[in-house]
Write a protein that binds this ligand. Structure first.
Ligand code: NDP
Length: 450
């Protein structure tokens, strides 16, 4: 079972992270989880310690922080802070999304960038790890305001990007609209149609079919592989999905296609339960087109649906897919879920379960799939978008979705085999961290002291 950090050299490395990065609790949490799994790895490979691979990996290659000034519709000057943490480029150009949310701090971006290194390694594709964003809140802003913000953000960030250097994508608060404005400004400043510099683009201008669906679909493909390990599938299962954004919507879509019933979904104001199964067309209309709050679903759907201002994890279901944000599912919720009979949890979001919740799940013998494995389908399909851009080609939906499915099966196999190899069968947290870490560590060592 993944655990606290026991090996003294790893504990020293972790203490160094705490000292050098004060008050960045999410970053500490992400590092602790990975280092907690590496004990048996450094025992087998003491040269990882001698070469100080772990300390090197805990320090981003580059951290960029910049001012983003822009003018709102009332003519008022607004100032936000922009970030890009270029974490590791040993496997390929930095790759990872941009998050626009008022809660974004440097530590948030560092935690996401750190996770991204191992996630990207797990896909087996040639992509390094990075992440970025801003404390800008797109909620309630007009399209013109969002455009002006994105243009100002890119006016600084462009000098750090490039299809061989750093390739951002979307994340919370950054969808197709924002990627469009960012790409437009990049193209204008550089005078280059460098399609591979951003992923998640529109289909008409260099985007990949199946990219928008990829994270949610990939999470469900992964969850289904986990279920198969115990001779089950998602068919006929009750499922709860937190969030109602990009990842959640397409996770719900795939669950429904595979015969599961989605009972509830949420946003930051609360959740809706629908005993007849969530009507996805209505959710998409409310969230993707009208950009309204989740309570509107219950008002318009009526029937056996209702809105609740509380935690979605109180809705009993055999399968739970947390697809909203970090630390949204705590130990208390996990205990309630185990009691209510939840059998499988797969993280569509990044680090949505607290360490306490993960321990509860693992001790109860639940199948638990961590985000860096389960939600890797998004970045993997971004890499497929880059491949299409590089060859000036565009693949069919079926082809890309088929590749995604194959990649998710591969990640699942890698996690299972690695956990097995180290005598930790069924521990996906261990399998994902160790398989991802090993690929990155080997590449680092091959490249000398970098
Ligand atoms: P979206 O912005 O499309 O949706 C986010 C959803 O989560 C919304 O329903 C939002 O509700 C909810 N949410 C956000 N913050 C909070 C909060 N503090 N408390 C409760 N609910 C919250 O983002 P994505 O769907 O793209 O991302 C969701 C998660 O998946 C994130 O953890 C992201 O890092 C991860 N992820 C995304 C990938 C992608 O391809 N998009 C790839 C891999 C991981 P509200 O509207 O009320 O804020």
């Amino acid at each position: 079972m993944s655990a606290t950090i026991i090996v003294p050299a790893l504990q020293d490395a972790y203490q160094g992270v705490l000292r050098r990065n004060p008050a960045e609790s999410e970053f500490h949490q992400a590092v602790e989880e990975v280092l907690g799994c590496l004990g048996p790895v450094v025992e087998r490979n003491p040269h990882y310690l001698a070469e100080r691979v772990i300390e090197r990996l805990c320090e981003p290659e580059r951290q960029i922080i910049f001012r983003v000034p822009w003018t709102d519709d009332a003519g008022q000057v607004q100032i936000n802070r922009g970030f890009r943490v270029e974490y590791s480029s040993v496997l390929g150009p930095y790759k990872g999304g941009l998050r626009f949310h008022p809660s974004v701090l440097l530590g948030t971006v560092k935690f996401l960038g750190f996770e991204q290194i191992f996630k990207n390694a797990l896909t087996g594709m040639p992509i390094g790890g990075g992440k970025g964003g801003s404390d800008f809140d797109p909620k309630g802003r007009s399209d013109a305001e969002v455009m002006r913000f994105c243009q100002s953000f890119m006016t600084e960030l462009y000098r750090h990007l490039g299809e061989y250097t750093d390739v951002p994508a979307g994340d919370i608060g950054v969808g197709g609209r924002e990627i469009g404005y960012l790409f437009g400004q990049y193209k204008r400043i550089t005078n280059r149609y460098e399609a591979g510099v951003l992923t998640g683009k529109g289909i008409a201008w260099g985007g990949s079919l199946a990219r928008i669906e990829a994270t949610g679909y990939g999470t469900v493909y992964f969850a289904n592989e986990m279920a198969k390990q115990v001779g089950a599938t998602l068919d006929g299962k009750d499922v709860v999905v937190s969030g109602s954004g990009n990842v959640a919507i397409y996770a719900m879509d795939k669950v429904t296609e595979l015969g599961g019933k989605v009972l509830a979904c949420s946003d930051s104001s609360g959740y809706v339960v629908d005993e007849d199964g969530i009507d996805l067309d209505l959710i998409r209309d409310i969230k993707e087109r009208r950009r309204e709050r989740i309570r509107v679903y219950a008002q318009e759907r009526g029937g056996r649906s209702r809105f609740v201002e509380g935690r979605i994890w109180d809705v009993p279901a055999q399968v739970a897919l947390p697809c909203a944000t970090q630390n949204e599912l705590d130990e208390d919720a996990a205990i309630a879920m185990v009691k209510a009979g939840t059998k499988l949890v797969a993280e569509g979001a990044n680090m949505p379960c607290t360490p306490g919740a993960v321990s509860v799940f693992q001790e109860a013998g639940l199948l638990f799939g961590p985000g860096k494995a389960a939600n890797a389908g998004g970045v993997a399909t971004s890499a497929l978008e880059m491949q299409q851009n590089a060859s000036r080609d565009s693949w069919t939906f079926e082809h890309t979705d088929g590749r995604l499915h194959e990649i998710m099966r591969g990640i699942h196999e890698r996690c299972v085999a690695t956990a097995q190899e180290y005598g930790q069968p069924g521990d996906y947290v261990f399998g994902a961290n160790v398989a991802g870490f090993t690929r990155v560590a080997e590449a680092m060592l091959a490249m000398g002291v970098i």
